[in-house]
Design a protein around this ligand. Structure first.
Ligand code: NAI
Length: 271
């Protein structure tokens, strides 16, 4: 269903890798709601080529950018405003990667070069992106910037590894940069804390199968899907949420406020 909530709005969407990506679903929904955007991803991710299908479907251009490189981000923002014909109204940061997770290094014995790389990709890239948007004055007033995060920033999920620390840092950047973006440019900055979702990044977490079923059993509304996340993001990009800023917003079927659920108790009850 479309409500034309983003008619006339322009933006950048980071992180659509394949049809499972949260950013992919978000791009489809933004398009349905009348928004125009540029798609971007790291050059290496673009090589797989799947994003071309999304670009075609949504009439979007693709501009490669490694989100850890300032020169790439500067080029991206300059080109995006040129292509879209004006300043931006929305930006989605949907980027995450931990080398320690990928290579199976345990949290207690990290390779710190990998830790640094994952932190740069997953957290500092959000600061760099906002730095470029802010200093190039590329956002319209009442624009909206959203990054995606996970509750391991607040609570222990042992196999989430150093991504937990990266997400805590990311959420802090949203508040700290969001303050200046709000004060100086009237732009809002929020993070959405999403349920476990079966995507390339999600499935990379050890024990993901058990993890996602447990979260589903714990949540009174069940896990939020990638489409649920896309829809929530649409509301944050729309004019209906103009003064929501500096928030970490849970899109998790209620998981974050549940101590234990009937379903989980049943699974543990002894005969
Ligand atoms: P995904 O694997 O489809 O997306 C991750 C994206 O990050 C990919 O498109 C990848 O190419 C991009 N990326 C990696 N390094 C990059 C770089 N240097 N520059 C630019 N882009 C780069 O997975 P998903 O799940 O859609 O991830 C999107 C966001 O949602 C991430 O921030 C993730 O941590 C977050 N999230 C995911 C959850 C899940 O269970 N899947 C739960 C909560 C949050």
């Amino acid at each position: 269903m479309s409500y034309n909530l983003l008619k006339g709005k322009r933006g950048i969407i980071f992180g659509a890798l394949d049809e499972h990506s949260i950013a992919w679903k978000t791009a489809e929904r933004v398009h349905e709601e009348g928004g125009k955007f540029v798609l971007t991803n790291a050059p290496i991710a673009l090589r797989m080529g799947q994003i071309n299908e999304l670009a075609e479907k949504t009439n979007a251009e693709i501009i490669p950018a490694d989100a850890t490189k300032m020169e790439d981000l500067e080029n991206l923002v300059e080109k995006a405003t040129e292509i879209l014909g004006g300043k931006l109204d929305f930006v989605l940061h949907s980027i995450g990667m931990s080398v320690n997770v990928r290579k199976g290094k345990h949290y207690t014995e990290q390779n710190y070069d990998w830790t640094h790389k994952g932190w740069d990709v997953s957290a500092v890239s959000f600061h760099k992106t906002m730095n470029v948007l802010y200093n190039k004055d590329a956002m319209n007033e009442w624009g909206s910037i959203v990054a995606l995060t996970y509750m391991a920033a607040q609570r222990v999920f042992p196999d989430y590894n150093d991504m937990a620390d990266n997400k805590a840092y990311l959420e802090s950047i949203a508040r700290s940069f969001g303050y200046f973006f709000g004060r100086d440019k009237k732009v809002r900055v929020n993070t959405i804390s999403q349920s476990p979702t079966p995507t390339t990044a999600g499935k990379g977490v050890k024990g993901f199968g058990g993890f996602i079923s447990y979260a589903d059993k714990m949540s009174p509304l069940g896990n939020a899907t990638a489409i649920d996340c896309a829809n929530y993001t649409i509301t944050l990009f729309s004019d209906l949420t103009k003064r929501v800023t500096l928030q970490n917003l849970y899109n998790d079927g209620g998981f974050s406020n549940v101590g234990v659920s009937d379903g989980v108790i049943e699974a543990f009850e002894e005969e």
